[in-house]
Write a protein that binds this ligand. Structure first.
Ligand code: ADP
Ligand code: MG
Length: 377
């Protein structure tokens, strides 16, 4: 993949519109709870500032009133040497603030999703964004599966480049498209139908085993005639091509409960009662899968093994620990999954943690993303 590299551009004194993934989790008090995406965005921001660019930073946040104000504060503490001014002026009225920008400083715009045209990829908004800058840089890999004005529309209007994180993500994820023999995929989370194209692609690419956990395992268990009680499953049944494929591995034991956060038990996969819900893969499965992936040549993993946000984190953590302490090369993505691995120390040359969840899944399933196309040379 030949992405236009921002580091090949002369940006000194230029106005650079930088699209970054600023969509970070917030605490109940509205402060940044996890700065992983912001930390990942620093190489490009720092490089642009060092080059003397005038940075116009654009991104969105999904929750809590929709303001990026707390994100601007958190970002400023990460780069105290770069002046960041946060503005809530609408795009159409930003001219004077952009003209006043000094070289090597940053003007951070309010949540771009508050602009009506953003999610419709409205040409008028794309043009307004393009008029603010000489150069566009996309570093928001985590949102590259979306076709929005601020990541696709604007990129077709002015010279556009991929930022450092964007390039790093693509380079690492491309590795997963041509797995070495013995490679293992671990797919968890929910909504089988959204992950079916990926599962089919991984099988076609020659992954030796696909370990299915999370609610995806429930779909597989049901399709193989095993009881799943009152567990979450998709409406659609699994196609026989998946259910009957021996490379698709289901857990041999499970954690089940009648009611979330009441008594739970670890049970064999063929022994789930009608009133029980599967909330995690079992203790034995976690250990067996952990050992399997730690020693595999290559592992790609997206999605938690259990109902992570309700505290069923055990199996996900066992797998994360196994990868951190193992010898496999690994690519890991998705919010909960990435957080689980980052709780450990590991060799970052061996294990790559993607900032993408949905973007990672779509890239692995299709080999490209809508926001990649305008950045190709
Ligand atoms: P993300 O939200 O990180 O993009 P997904 O939407 O694919 O990832 O899946 C995460 C969701 O899957 C979480 O909300 C988690 O609670 C849910 N999940 C995982 N295992 C189970 C399970 N056994 N039963 C019900 N939900 C599950
Ligand atoms: Mg989800």
């Amino acid at each position: 993949m030949n992405l236009k590299d921002i580091q090949s551009a002369d940006v000194a004194g230029k106005r650079v519109l930088l699209r970054t993934s600023l969509n970070v989790p917030l605490t109940l008090q509205g402060e940044v709870a996890d700065a992983f995406r912001l930390e990942s965005a620093l190489p490009t921001i720092t490089w642009l500032a060092e080059q003397g660019a005038k940075i116009i930073l654009v991104g969105y946040i999904g929750r809590t009133g929709g303001t990026l104000a707390p994100v601007a504060r958190a970002l400023q503490t990460l780069v105290p040497h770069i002046s960041i001014t946060f503005t809530q002026t609408p795009i159409a009225s930003l001219g004077a603030e952009v003209t006043a920008l000094q070289n090597g400083t940053c003007l951070m715009l309010e949540n771009i999703r508050l602009e009506e045209g953003e999610e419709k990829n409205d040409p008028a908004l794309a043009a307004a964004l393009a008029s603010l800058a000489d150069v566009f840089v996309n570093d928001a890999f985590a949102e590259a599966h979306r076709t929005y004005a601020s990541n696709v529309g604007v990129a077709t209007l002015i010279p556009s480049y991929a930022g450092m994180l964007f390039q790093e993500e693509c380079t690492h994820l491309e590795e997963a498209l041509t797995p070495p023999s013995g490679a293992v995929a671990v797919i968890g989370g929910a909504k089988f139908e959204t992950k079916q194209p990926l599962i089919e692609k991984l099988l076609a690419q020659g992954y030796t085993e696909l370990l299915l956990g999370g609610a995806l395992a429930n779909d597989l268990l049901r399709a193989r005639g095993l009881p799943i009680g009152a567990s979450l499953v998709s409406n659609a049944a699994l196609p026989e091509s998946i259910a009957g494929d021996e490379r698709i591995v289901m857990p041999t034991d499970l954690v089940v409960t009648e009611e979330e956060n009441t008594a739970e038990r670890n049970t064999l996969t063929n022994d789930v009662r009608a009133t029980e819900k599967i909330v995690d893969i079992g203790d034995r499965s976690s250990v067996v899968w952990g050992a399997k992936i730690a020693a595999a040549p290559f592992v790609v993993w997206n999605g938690p093994m259990g109902v992570y946000e309700k505290g069923y984190t055990n199996a996900t953590n066992v797998l994360a620990e196994a990868i951190a302490g193992g010898t496999c090369r690994a690519i890991i993505g998705g919010g909960d999954t990435a957080a689980a691995i980052r709780a450990h120390t590991f060799d970052t040359k061996r294990v790559f943690v993607s900032t993408g969840g949905g973007a990672m899944l779509e890239f692995l399933a299709t080999g490209t993303l809508p926001a990649i196309t305008p950045l190709l040379s």
